[in-house]
Write a protein that binds this ligand. Structure first.
Ligand code: CAA
Length: 379
């Protein structure tokens, strides 16, 4: 066993850190306040290879491992969790599923621009009545011979208005339950697609979240991913990797808040000395550091299992539960360390506390991930 990062890993981590501090930090408070999508920054992330990190160079990606992805996600998320969710969805929910399961033609047409960051994608699974209960898909895609006809509504779609390509999960054989579900590649500009209103969110306000309506959308047969009925397994396998991305996002939010709490505790004086000299503060920082280290090890272990082509669904759910709960506890304590200053916008930690909450909800709530974990350990 070796806990050392390689030279290459350290370089990727540094590149992500430098990018986040130079390009994301300057406007992060304004983008949060006004809910502005970081389009220019996302395009630059594409140029630097952060949008298709694990995709093979043959398809326009960076050919990196999942450990590199975790390291980069942590650094980007330390500064701007809105940018990092766009990165996570594109890398893990869109590019990974396409590279692993799509046909050669689909990869050439869609994966290449997505991995190069020329496009970015969205993953449309959740519906008004099918969130955690993902098998209850109401959106239908019915075989009409040379195409499928798609009807229904998807909710809470990250990159819903800014994304160019959607991966849409829909029911093609209602009587077959989850075995009748398919996954499709859908272009946002096709007739019959309407982007609903932008959600006004508590956190990750720079990312765009919308409902998407499909009315008699003609989806070409060649845009179905995999065999007929593969869609639910496609979604579950894709989400197992996606949860490593969101766990790393949570890890980054936690470590960003922790670093700010440490810095503040060295500057702020109370009762005649810097507050870092008070045990009340020291113990908070000690707990934060310990939990963050544990969350980081869980993320890296899940990534390592994925890179070794071993089963990683259990590890990714464990990482997601622990890292997201660590993010919530750490950001709350970081606000507490800052006192009144923690409660105002310019000190960043109140944004981080709002951003942390979603990591316990999307890509499987903490409760859904505990279902996955308990099923695996009780097999
Ligand atoms: N790999 C492959 N197949 C899997 C799998 C996996 N990891 N997990 C489940 N399956 C298969 C099962 O084997 C089963 O297939 P068979 O019946 O053929 O054996 C099938 O999928 C159904 O599985 P279950 O019986 O376990 O289904 P369930 O209804 O009991 O619940 C669940 C499963 C885990 C709760 C699932 O519905 C789930 O993960 N829900 C949460 C959905 C979710 O994460 N949504 C996030 C939306 S995306 C998002 O948030 C993106 C964003 O914008 C940031």
């Amino acid at each position: 066993m070796n806990f050392e990062l390689s030279e290459e890993h350290l370089m990727i981590q540094q590149a992500a850190r430098d990018f986040a501090n130079a390009e994301l930090l300057p406007g992060v408070c304004e983008r949060d306040e006004k809910a502005i999508f970081p389009m220019a920054q996302i395009r630059k992330m594409g140029e630097l290879g952060f949008m298709g990190m694990m995709v093979s160079p043959e398809y326009g990606g960076g050919g990196m491992d999942t450990i590199s992805y975790v390291l980069a996600m942590e650094e980007i998320s330390k500064v701007d969790a809105s940018a990092s969710v766009v990165m996570s969805v594109n890398n893990s929910l869109v590019c990974w599923g396409l590279e692993t399961f799509a046909s050669e033609e689909q990869k050439q047409k869609y994966l290449v621009p997505l991995a190069q960051g020329k496009y970015h994608g969205a993953f449309c699974l959740s519906e008004p009545e099918a969130g955690s209960d993902a098998t209850s898909q109401r959106t239908t895609a019915i075989d009409q011979g040379d195409h499928y006809l798609m009807n229904g509504t998807k909710n809470w779609i990250t990159n819903g208005s800014t994304g160019d390509v959607y991966i849409v999960i829909a029911q093609s054989h209602v009587e077959a339950g989850h075995r009748g579900i398919n996954a499709f590649i859908v272009e946002k500009n096709w007739p019959g697609i309407t982007v609903g209103k932008k959600e006004d969110k508590m956190g990750i306000r720079g990312s765009d979240t919308h409902s998407i309506m499909f009315q008699d959308v003609k989806v070409p047969k060649e845009n179905r991913i995999g065999e007929d009925g593969f869609g639910f397994k496609f979604a579950m396998k894709t989400l197992a990797g996606g949860r490593i991305g969101i766990a790393s996002q949570a890890l980054g939010i936690a470590s960003g808040a922790y670093e700010r709490a440490v810095a503040y505790s060295k500057e702020r004086k109370a009762f005649g000395k810097e507050i870092m000299h008070h045990q009340a503060i020291q113990f908070k920082l000690a707990d934060m550091a310990t939990e963050i280290e544990a969350a980081r090890l869980l993320c890296l272990k899940a990534a390592w299992l994925k890179d070794q082509k071993k089963d990683y669904a259990l590890a990714s759910s464990m990482a997601k539960v622990f890292a997201s709960e660590t993010a919530m506890r750490t950001t709350t304590e970081a606000v507490q360390v800052h006192g009144g200053y923690g409660y105002v916008r310019e000190y960043h930690v109140e944004r981080m506390m709002r951003d942390a909450k979603i990591t316990q909800i999307y890509e499987g709530t903490s409760e859904v991930n505990r279902i996955v974990i308990s099923r695996e350990i009780l097999k």
